[in-house]
Write a protein of this length. Structure first.
Length: 1334
């Protein structure tokens, strides 16, 4: 760093240690400082934009004015290093470690099974830790608020919440500590259960929280704050300078001379702009030490709040003020409190400033509409003096611009008291309930003087319906001076509809939804105002209860997790079947767990950044790398010409180039890579590469485009059973329908990461890669470099999540990285940015499913003809296998006597899609279940009856002639109905719907039958290598990779049982191709089945070898036997090889045995849906799964819950948006919403079917990684059920179309409220929509 200090050092503390920094680069964040400079790698990089929480740390500061210390959580990826003067930072390493003591938060999250892959865990720990520092006995609401900004892709949050719940005072419920039957199960009985139910964890074991053990705030910082004379700090970096003034006067002077320089407070707006939009500010002014910006003062008219106050401070200030005044005076305060509670995440609110939010002028700012409606004003200062600027329509000039002049500084904001008869309300609707920018947000105020219902003043502002916060002035004019009644309001809706017009191709899309929300919010305001007028006796009519709208329920209650006991005669030492904690959970919670990018830099290491195509289909005319090569730190640019070996990968007869040479076929297609000394330099180099293109005609994006041009990857597949054509002639009714299922981004918390290190001799390479399939990575590196596989060793310690996305795409990236390592002869690291990862590596295939179904009036389905089109993208990848799996599951649990399914992988100019948990099955079943739903609706029967009627019964055979017994599936179905109290609740739902006009409940119960193992028989083999050392410690290596699914934990359990030693003596270090070669991918839910057998065989071999020694010395110990074995020359190392089942599928004959067995499950969900906004909450979920005898119930329940939540995301939340030219818009957590803690079902019960076994897999268990993902669809169908109830209010009956995901947008439009019906439909074809419907 070539930075130069011009005044003062930054002095701060990290984990109790003093850091003095005089050369801070203004572009350095605390996160990179921690990870790269201090090697504190526990704090993770997940997105870099404040959207995932993986980088959470605690910031503590001393406030001399109040002599108090404040602690708050913050995203270190947005905290500029230059801003840390005087702060004490605590990272996950600072609160506990395995070397000293672990902190109770770390212990409880680990022991409650809240850490799977562990990548999100340090962030979770720090959010919770900070909460406890401020409130040692938090409420559940505090916990869910604290965790709302922390994303986890693995666990489904329930175990994290349960671990944290143990700190709550109210955690006194009989089973809040993770056990089964409980008062909360609706079971009021207080009788003691006959026998103790097994628990997932035991709360009694936990260390107590002892606040006296925490790090103290450094006295030196207190002294510094009390006595030190603040001085201006100035820093210069490579591109930017930073000044931190200490007085308002100095600030004004600085701003006068540098009007374009931004004022950086929380850096939550400026930071992401620099990072993601490439904005460069030659000078940044940081006024965080200018005290005048933080002053608060009260006047008889209201309160002035310093513009520098954080949003969290404003929130607590207003909360403090509200009880001090009569209710009528604080209407505006309360509306702001409500918005502030929902804005961003806790970490964002803790740093983002009030003034920053206003001045950033986001079109969908949550505060500006309320501030404007509430007649607030901003006091600004410049060297011309002070002035007050009203926050009104004239304030918001254009996108991101206000009427405040560039040289002016906002000093404070005035929030007035309201008057008697004045009501203020705020509403917002967002893609996810929490930690998400709003789609539409609003502030509304009305004033009725002197007990009248005639409006004297009204003000309505919206965000999210244009480039600025907008005033609905005409609508207000239609209301003012009129009585607040139906006539006025119905005119107001019409005026509003004309006033706020969004063109059909408006940026952001969702045009009809956004327009309808503006109306719905005004309607909600109307209901609340009527209620108020009634309370004040201004009007006499009661608002019928049915018409009222209450907020959706939100408190997460303890759930149940039921699993089988181990047999009574099982030895206590034998861990199989017990809920053993993930073997790395503790080191994951302490931040000691090492992920690929945590590996220390090697000498001379380079970083690789990719250059990708900005065109969907074009010829590359020229590649100009000259400018990039001149930039500081850039070492080389790698193109296809540099590849010494194979430049392509061939799959199913299709070649895929590693780097495009002549032509690109999607936006995001990799073209070349820049290597440089640091990641920043590599990225700047990549941005400087110039490519000229010649567009090729007619890129294909949608499946419809591909069908029209017959653009498919061969082979296409068909399965037919019975005679479908004939059967259609004999049925009572025929129905045709279709459903479109959107794709899904893996969103593993750890992005694609790898480090390729040349050993230095004989073309030998070590590759440290986050991959599910080390052997494939090894092969691709070897082929690409043109060297034998024996020169490449691929090491995988663990992955921070994978979900199918770290197989083929990772291998290609590793191939490219290895070329750079080979060419430069230096170690090369490549870690994709979140946005790049999302752009380049594809995800789950979007599918269009069309069906024709023939059925009898009694509900029996006699014939079904289904056509699947999967959008495969520009390269074949594994798409032919995905469509095969789609067809092999299309019967789900139903015995359709005549069934035909066809599937095609469409070749388009989209990024190539790949494996994703479930591998096509969720899409396949979604189409079938939609068909079942339609049949039920056509017949006017409950959908569960139609499902039940058509289920397989007795000895059964699939459409591809595989025999199986559906008995356990039927047991799951019955048990799920029973456990969920289905019939009674169904009635209650119908009752609820009668009593509520605007909110509806819906229920659905959905079954699954999921085939386990690979139809490609060779992929079912596995091997393990087990070493016993002479001290008795055991090292197990096997072919499976650890991605959070707990395979190493289960392998440790297997080895423990077979060697008859405690798990603590067994260690698993990594998966590597030089220990266990020629492995298969950890995929298809088959990892434990295959590798477990291999480990078992190896351990049995060793145990038998030790038998003579044991016989000789029966009283000896494990250690004495192993030592003796060595002296007796008995090999203490063994390989276990498991051949795996011989499975096959003959596609010509349409028959086979592609699976070893089936996993069965049933899920019942109930949702509550707000028909006016499309917001919903999953009120309760009950899952019953047959997974045989679980090897580890906590791990398996974790897989079930995690997969369910991923399915909930797939089917109700996660939406990939592409521009009309094929560019992915949704390239980060701000735009792409995976489920958050706010999406956890309020009651989440999981039951493992009892008394079941599976003769086909290890210890009678079943694979469970993938199946439960489809169970998330029951939320979709419950939403559809609720929407059907809402539609019936509008007189709409019969089947209706609802595509997946059922986002609030789709759900709201499906409800067809009077407001959505007012929106005039735009003529298709008359405009270019903002986003493609792929
Ligand atoms: C992940 C994430 C989620 C978010 N979610 C929401 C949400 O749900 N709703 C919502 O409304 N917002 C949301 N935001 C936006 C956030 O509230 C704003 O970015 C924040 O309030 C800006 O404040 P800051 O102090 O961080 O601004 P900075 O980034 O420090 O500065 C922002 C801009 O404001 C100017 N500025 C700052 N202070 C002053 C001043 N005193 N006088 C003049 N100009 C000033 C700066 O010059 C700069 O141009 C989110 C942001 C992120 C990163
Ligand atoms: S890395 Fe900081 S919030 Fe995602
Ligand atoms: S455990 Fe949370 S992301 Fe993996």
């Amino acid at each position: 760093m070539s930075s130069k200090k011009e005044g003062g050092d930054i002095c701060f503390f990290i984990n109790g240690k003093k850091v003095t920094e005089s050369h801070a680069d203004p572009e350095t964040t605390l996160l990179s400082f921690l990870r790269e400079r201090l090697r504190l790698t526990g704090t993770k990089y997940g997105c870099g934009g404040g959207g995932c929480g993986a980088c959470t740390v605690m910031v503590s500061r001393y406030q001399p004015a109040t002599k108090t210390i404040v602690h708050y959580s913050a995203n270190s990826c947005l905290l500029p290093l230059c801003q840390l003067h005087g702060a004490a930072i605590t990272t996950v390493e600072g609160i506990g470690s395995t070397k000293t003591r672990i902190h109770p938060v770390q212990e409880r999250i680990a022991k409650a099974h809240g850490s799977q892959c562990g990548f999100c865990t340090p962030g979770m720990v720090m959010s919770m830790y900070t909460l406890l520092r401020n409130k040692p006995q938090p409420t559940m609401e505090d916990i869910t608020q604290a965790l709302a900004g922390n994303l986890c892709r693995c666990t489904g949050y329930r175990p994290i919440v349960d671990g944290c719940r143990t700190f709550c005072q109210e955690a006194t419920c009989c089973r809040a500590s993770g056990a089964a039957n409980c008062c909360l199960n609706g079971d009021e009985s207080t009788d003691e259960p006959e026998h103790e139910e097994p628990r997932l964890f035991d709360k009694e074991e936990f260390l107590p929280l002892d606040p006296t053990q925490e790090l103290i705030f450094p006295p030196e910082l207190i002294l510094m704050a009390e006595t030190g004379k603040p001085q201006t700090l100035t820093f210069r970096g490579e591109r930017m300078s930073w000044v931190s003034p200490v007085s308002l006067e100095e600030l004004v002077q600085l701003k006068t001379s540098n009007p374009k320089a931004p004022l950086v407070m929380g850096n939550t707006h400026v930071g992401p702009d620099i990072k993601f939009k490439g904005v460069v500010h030659p000078l940044i002014i940081s006024p965080t030490r200018v005290l005048e910006l933080f002053e608060v003062s009260q006047t008889p008219q209201g309160v002035w709040v310093g513009a520098g106050c954080s949003l969290a401070e404003v929130h607590s200030l207003l909360e403090k003020l509200v009880p001090q005044f009569p209710e009528e005076k604080t209407e505006l305060f309360r509306a702001l409190i409500q918005q502030l509670g929902n804005l961003g995440s806790q970490q964002i609110r803790n740093v983002a400033s009030f003034g920053g939010n206003i001045m950033s002028a986001y079109p969908n700012s949550d505060l500006n509409p309320v501030l404007a409606a509430g007649n607030c004003k901003v006091s600004v200062i410049s060297n011309g003096g002070r002035r007050e600027v009203p926050l009104n329509q004239d304030f918001f000039v254009s996108f991101g611009k206000t009427s405040v002049k560039p040289e002016e500084i906002a000093v404070s904001v005035f929030i007035p008291f309201t008057r008697k008869g004045e009501f203020v309300r705020a509403f917002r609707q967002a893609p996810r309930k929490e930690s998400s920018f709003a789609t539409v947000t609003t502030g509304m105020r009305v004033f009725f003087p002197g007990g009248s219902r005639v409006v004297q003043d009204v003000s309505v502002y919206y965000g999210g319906v244009g480039p600025t916060t907008v005033s609905a002035a005409k609508t207000c004019a239609a209301i003012v001076t009129r009585p607040w009644d139906d006539e006025t309001l119905s005119r107001a809706y019409d005026v509003l509809l004309d006033e706020l017009v969004l063109p059909p191709s408006a940026p952001g899309g969702k045009v009809d939804f956004r327009r309808s929300l503006t109306l719905s919010f005004l309607f909600k305001f109307n209901l609340e105002v009527l209620q108020k007028l009634r309370e004040m006796d201004v009007i006499a009519e009661e608002l019928p209860e049915r018409m009222q709208t209450q907020p959706l329920p939100r408190e997460i209650q303890p759930g149940l997790q039921e699993f089988q006991h181990v047999p009574k005669d099982q030895s206590n030492q034998d861990p199989v079947g017990r809920p053993i904690m993930h073997r790395s959970a503790i080191v994951q919670t302490t931040g000691e767990a090492v992920y690929c990018d945590d590996l220390p830099r090697t000498d001379g290491e380079l970083f690789l950044a990719l250059v990708t195509s900005s065109r969907a289909h074009a010829k590359i005319l020229a590649l100009d790398v000259s400018e990039a090569l001149q930039l500081p730190g850039v070492v080389d640019v790698i193109t296809a010409k540099d590849i010494p070996g194979r430049k392509v990968r061939t799959l199913f007869g299709y070649d895929e180039e590693l780097l495009a040479e002549a032509e690109v076929s999607c936006v995001g297609h990799m073209i070349c890579a820049v290597v440089a000394d640091t990641r920043t330099h590599a990225k700047r180099g990549a941005a400087a590469v110039k490519i000229s293109y010649e567009d090729l005609p007619e890129p294909l994006f949608t499946v419809e485009d591909a069908i029209e041009k017959s653009s498919f990857f061969e082979p296409q597949r068909i399965i037919e059973r019975g005679n479908v054509t004939e059967a259609f002639k004999t049925v009572d009714q025929v129905h045709e329908g279709q459903i479109r299922i959107g794709g899904q981004e893996h969103f593993y918390m750890e992005t694609q990461s790898m480090l390729v290190v040349p050993v230095g001799e004989e073309t030998e390479f070590n590759a440290y890669v986050s991959t599910q399939w080390p052997t494939l990575t090894q092969e691709v590196i070897a082929e690409t470099l043109g060297i034998p596989s024996n020169r490449v060793t691929c090491h995988v310690k663990r992955m921070g999540g994978a979900f199918g996305g770290k197989v083929t795409k990772t291998a290609i990236l590793a191939g490219i990285t290895s070329v750079a390592a080979w060419k430069t002869n230096r170690a090369v690291r490549c870690v994709l940015e979140r946005g790049e990862d999302m752009l380049i590596t594809g995800g789950r295939h979007p599918v269009l499913g069309k069906y024709k179904v023939g059925f009898m009036n009694d509900g029996r389905i006699m014939a079904a003809d289904i056509q699947y089109y999967a959008n495969a993208g520009n390269a074949v990848d594994e798409s032919p296998l995905v469509i095969e799996k789609i067809l092999l599951h299309m019967d789900n649990t139903y015995n359709f006597p005549n069934l035909r399914g066809r599937a095609a992988a469409c070749r388009t100019n989209m990024p190539s899609n790949t494996a994703f948990r479930g591998f096509g099955v969720p899409q396949s079943l979604m189409v079938v279940e939609n068909m079942m739903n339609d049949v039920a609706v056509v017949l006017g029967r409950p959908a569960d009856q139609i499902r039940e009627l058509n289920m397989y019964r007795g000895p059964s055979v699939t459409p591809y002639k595989m025999e199986f017994s559906p008995e356990n599936m039927l047991r799951c179905w019955e048990e799920c109905k029973l456990k969920s109290d289905y019939s009674a609740r169904r009635k209650a739902v119908d009752q609820f719907n009668l009593q509520n006009r605007w909110k509806k409940r819906g229920m659905a119960i959905i079954p699954i039958k999921y085939g386990i193992a690979f139809a490609e028989s060779f992929l079912n083999q596995a091997a393990a290598l087990v070493h016993i050392y002479t001290d008795g410690s055991v090292l197990v290596t096997h072919g499976g990779t650890e991605m959070g699914q707990g395979i190493h934990t289960k392998m440790q359990q297997v080895a423990s049982r077979e060697l008859h030693i405690p798990p603590a003596k067994i260690y698993i270090s990594e998966t590597s191709t030089n220990t266990v070669p020629n492995t298969c991918p950890s995929a298809a839910s088959f990892g434990t089945d295959a590798n477990g057998m291999a480990v078992k065989i190896a351990c049995q071999t060793l145990y038998q070898r030790l038998e003579p020694i044991r016989k000789k010395d029966p009283k000896g110990s494990w250690e004495s036997w192993t030592k003796a074995a060595f002296f007796e020359k008995i090999s203490l190392s063994a390989v276990g090889y498991y051949r795996g089942p011989d499975l096959y599928m003959d596609w010509e004959k349409m028959e086979g045995q592609p699976y070893l067995y089936f996993v069965f499950g049933v899920c019942c969900c109930e949702v509550e849906l707000d028909g006016l906004t499309g917001d919903y909450r999953t009120v309760r979920t009950d899952i019953v799964v047959d997974i045989g005898r679980s090897v580890n119930p906590s791990v398996d329940i974790g897989q079930i819950e995690g997969a369910f939540m991923q399915g909930l995301g797939l089917f109700t939340l996660e939406e990939l948006k592409f521009s009309p030219s094929g560019l992915l818009y949704t390239r980060g957590p701000s735009q792409y919403k995976i489920p958050g803690v706010c999406d956890v079902p309020l009651r989440f019960n999981v039951y493992m079917l009892s008394d079941t076994h599976n003769p086909h897999a290890i210890y009678s268990s079943k694979g469970i990684g993938e199946p439960a993902i489809f169970l998330g669809s029951s939320v979709f169908y419950a939403i559809k059920d609720a929407a059907a109830a809402a539609r019936s209010e509008s007189g709409l009956v019969g089947p209706f179309s609802l595509d997946s995901p059922a986002t609030p947008e789709r759900a709201c439009l499906a409800c067809a409220s009077p407001f959505t019906q007012k929106i005039p439909a735009s003529k298709p074809g008359s405009f270019t929509p903002w986003a493609l419907n792929i």
